[in-house]
Ligand binder design. Structure first.
Ligand code: AMP
Ligand code: MG
Length: 342
């Protein structure tokens, strides 16, 4: 069995920083740490290189890092799934925490809007495929059918006991929003966050122009297949390449279709969502990956949420939404552009 976990995010992050930092007089202050099973890199641009501005930026970074470890601890207490430790029940204290309730409320409203493609009750299925313990296995049809019956986001409202949840599809987005809030509280106006596959931008570059963000090639972790030139937004990618195992030449990805209980397997290699709301971007990238290309296009056209997306398929064709037309660049073939009203 071949196992492959998160790729070399460090290198990507460094490439991103190079990509976004070229030719700038103001150099960013960095802070890198490992949290939520991923390397997190935060770069903040101080107002100037004056001692007091540099100190302000460093204090902002230290506080932001503390905040994200706080979030990690409370999500881990609640669910265990962020660190691979499995739980039999949710911790009652955490459930009474207003911050956790608010995050869960958001997760469930996105579950409803995506018709259950995003489903935080997916926990027993992710566990059955071995993604928490890393003892990967292929459950048989009977086991999957039985588990699919036990899940469903509505059960959070209807079950007498709250099911164990997996907020891994939204956790990094939440972490990004928390980090940005902490930076803003310290008066920071320009920063780049790179949290695994999630990029989030606070403001624009210090000179007022857009950041250039590379979109990772799902088939080559050291390359970008495109860039987008954007500010003050999240750029979040989900794909089967992020975490998977292979058995008998079949690749099983960590994103599970709640309707079948099986890892998603269709024409999409990756989905990138671009929208200022970090939590929405994270949950939607997972949900749209479950929906597949046609489902994602239809969902975009329904206009429930305001977002843009980039879809990369196995035949290397690229689809983007109209909001990205003027900011998207690729060396490959021109993308198809989806308009809201066809
Ligand atoms: P992401 O990398 O943001 O797309 O999130 C993927 C993670 O979300 C997986 O590793 C699982 O922990 C969890 N997950 C898998 N399938 C789903 C799903 N259909 N809905 C919500 N979360 C999921
Ligand atoms: Mg996600």
């Amino acid at each position: 069995m071949k196992i492959r976990a998160l790729p070399v995010i460090f290198i990507l992050g460094m490439l991103l920083t190079l990509c976004t930092g070229c030719g700038r007089k103001t150099e960013p202050e960095h802070c890198d740490f490992f949290c939520m099973d991923t390397v997190m890199q935060v770069s903040v641009y101080p107002k100037s290189r004056n001692k007091s501005d540099l100190e302000a930026a460093r204090n902002a970074l230290a506080d932001a890092e503390r905040e994200v470890f706080r979030i990690d601890a409370f999500l881990t207490d609640a669910m265990g799934s962020m660190t691979g430790e499995e739980k039999n029940a949710m911790e009652p204290d955490v459930l009474r925490d207003p911050e956790f309730s608010a995050l869960l409320g958001r997760a469930l409203s996105i579950s409803e809007a995506t018709d259950g493609a995003f489903d935080p009750t997916i926990y027993p299925l992710v566990g059955a495929w071995g993604f928490y313990s890393r003892n990967y296995r292929v459950p048989d049809d009977e086991e999957l059918e039985a588990l699919v019956e036990t899940i469903g986001w509505e059960k959070v409202h209807t079950s007498p006991v709250l099911p164990v949840l997996d907020l891994g599809g939204i956790g990094k987005g939440y972490a990004a929003s928390i980090l940005k809030d902490a930076l803003k509280e310290h008066g920071m106006t320009s920063a780049i966050l790179s949290l695994g596959g999630n990029i989030s931008l606070l403001g624009s570059k210090p000179d007022g122009t857009n950041f250039t963000v590379g979109i990772q090639d799902p088939e080559d972790e050291n390359r970008y297949f495109a860039t987008v030139s954007v500010s003050d937004t999240a750029v979040v990618t989900s794909g089967s390449y992020e975490r998977y195992f292979e058995q008998d030449n079949v690749r099983y990805s960590h994103i599970i279709d709640p309707k079948t209980g099986r890892p998603v397997d269709h024409s999409l290699l990756s989905v990138t969502v671009i929208t200022p709301d970090d939590v929405l971007a994270d949950a939607l990238s997972t949900a749209l990956f479950v929906m597949g290309r046609d489902g994602a296009v239809e969902f975009y056209r329904r206009g429930i949420y305001d977002f843009d997306m980039i879809l990369m398929e196995k035949d290397r064709s690229i689809t983007i939404t109209e909001g990205l037309e003027s900011v998207f660049n690729t060396n490959g073939s021109a993308p198809s552009v989806i308009k809201k009203a066809p």
